[in-house]
Ligand binder design. Structure first.
Ligand code: HEM
Length: 412
């Protein structure tokens, strides 16, 4: 029998997290999930439990809500007007084709090529602060860390890192909610970045190297290849999706370690061995991406209810990561715990993070370098968290004090 009950006919509790800090809202949503799988929000509904969130993210009838985004008043051919065309906003066959072509360039083996560079960059960022025994972790380490790595991965030379950072900073202004003022800077940065990428693509076509762009150019399946426009879109996606996420996740993790010094001591005792599990547990306990948004592309029958076409569905990854049906003792932060399910902060389904292997490698290398050098970490002032409205969330400022394990740093 087809389901006829609309989700709007259900008696749903309200998930009203306005006014709550992001961490409090996780506990609130996870608490609500004990009794309800679905809640009402100000824009639609929120899925609270791990199993349902994973199922919805894997269900192709729910599309990424980015595909709905349109910027009012933008020039028809401008970046702002055409911006929604990215791998994240693509669905169906078009998305499948893209993922099939690009996935081989994003394997753990491809990410591992860059581990030595990751160690070098973290070490060079940490070194100037060792003598003082303190730093502002967000500004000194998180902020500058991902851009040189993404440039190294793409194959852009070190002298262009600053330029990439400026472009990324300007394009990110799209999320500031002040388009009237920011549009010219966003357009300009996007034009310059596109021209730079087009030149890089030409260059790599002539002489391929050991980098992501060369891998993407070489990507081919049954005669199908990525066009120059698609290559440019992917480079832009990697730059935009791979920088703010990683830096916020690193900030969230170190804020946690400062709060749980006994967990840091465990990592210090075995930096390389425990780093992988520590990355998974910090991402589970305090993920930088708290939720993803989907929209029902048609009337979706889901078990015994219907999500009417157009329903906006938020999958609460942070709450799902604390679901007691999946994780034993979900409220405890324990980097040695063997968890029976994978944390959901990379999402799930067809849009699951393409850069997950790279992000894992970046975080693992950062954790092990930090734990090899810092015997203890503690707060050196209050943590300032970003406002809860940010899509990607983490500390805006994290003053850390530490005791060092070594007087000098020698990169491996
Ligand atoms: C800790 C760091 C990171 C986190 C937490 C993260 C999280 C996510 C999440 C949740 C999604 C899915 C969004 C959705 O379903 O709506 C996603 C997609 C994506 N991520 Fe990441 N990400 C991280 C790092 C990276 C890095 C380093 C790269 C660069 C290679 C990257 C590239 C992408 C791309 C291209 C997509 C879109 C995939 C698609 O639509 O098929 N991410 N990421």
């Amino acid at each position: 029998m087809p389901a006829t009950t609309s989700i709007w006919d259900l008696e749903l509790p309200l998930l009203d997290t306005a006014g709550l800090e992001r961490e409090e809202s996780t506990a609130f949503a996870a608490g609500l999930a004990e009794d309800h799988w679905l809640a009402r929000t100000d824009v639609g509904v929120a899925v609270l439990r791990y199993r349902d969130a994973s199922r919805i993210l894997r269900d192709r009838r729910f599309h990424n809500a980015l595909s709905l985004l349109r910027v009012e008043g933008a020039e028809p051919d401008s970046f702002l007007a055409t911006r929604p065309r990215s791998i994240l906003s693509t669905e169906g066959e078009e998305h499948t084709r893209l993922r099939r072509l690009v996935s081989p360039a994003f394997t753990p083996a491809a990410a591992n090529r860059h581990r030595p560079a990751m160690r070098r960059v973290v070490t060079s960022l940490l070194e100037p602060h060792l003598a003082a025994g303190r730093c502002e972790f967000v500004a000194d380490i998180c902020q500058p860390y991902p851009i040189p790595i993404i440039c190294e991965v793409l194959g852009a030379p070190p002298e262009d890192w600053r330029q990439f950072s400026n472009w990324a900073g300007d394009i990110f202004k799209i999320f500031n909610g002040n388009l009237a003022e920011d549009a010219p800077a966003i357009e300009q940065a996007s034009k310059e970045l596109s021209a730079y990428i087009a030149e890089m693509v030409d260059e790599r076509r002539r002489s391929p190297r050991e980098d992501l762009l060369s891998d993407l150019i070489a990507a081919e399946e049954e005669g199908d290849r990525l066009s120059t426009d698609e290559l440019a879109m992917l480079v832009r996606a990697v730059l935009m999706a791979g920088t703010d996420t990683t830096r916020n996740q690193l900030g969230c993790a170190m804020a946690l370690f400062a709060r749980y010094p006994e967990q840091w001591a465990l990592l210090v005792a075995d930096p390389v061995g425990l780093a992988p599990r520590a990355v998974e547990e910090t991402m589970r306990y305090l993920g930088a991406v708290r939720a993803t948004v989907r929209v029902a592309s048609c009337d979706v029958e889901f078990d015994d209810v219907v999500f009417p076409a157009g329903t906006v569905v938020t999958t609460q990854l942070a709450a799902a990561n604390r679901d007691s049906a999946e994780f034993a003792d979900p409220g405890s932060f324990d980097i040695t715990a063997e968890r029976s399910a994978e944390q959901l902060t990379f999402g799930s389904g067809i849009h699951r993070c393409l850069g997950a292997a790279l992000a894992r490698a970046e975080l693992q290398e950062a954790f092990s370098v930090l734990a090899e050098h810092l015997a203890t970490v503690a707060l050196d002032g209050p943590v300032l968290w970003k406002p809860p409205t940010f899509g990607i969330w983490g500390p805006a400022s994290l003053p850390l004090a530490f005791e060092t394990r070594r007087a000098t740093v020698t990169p491996r």
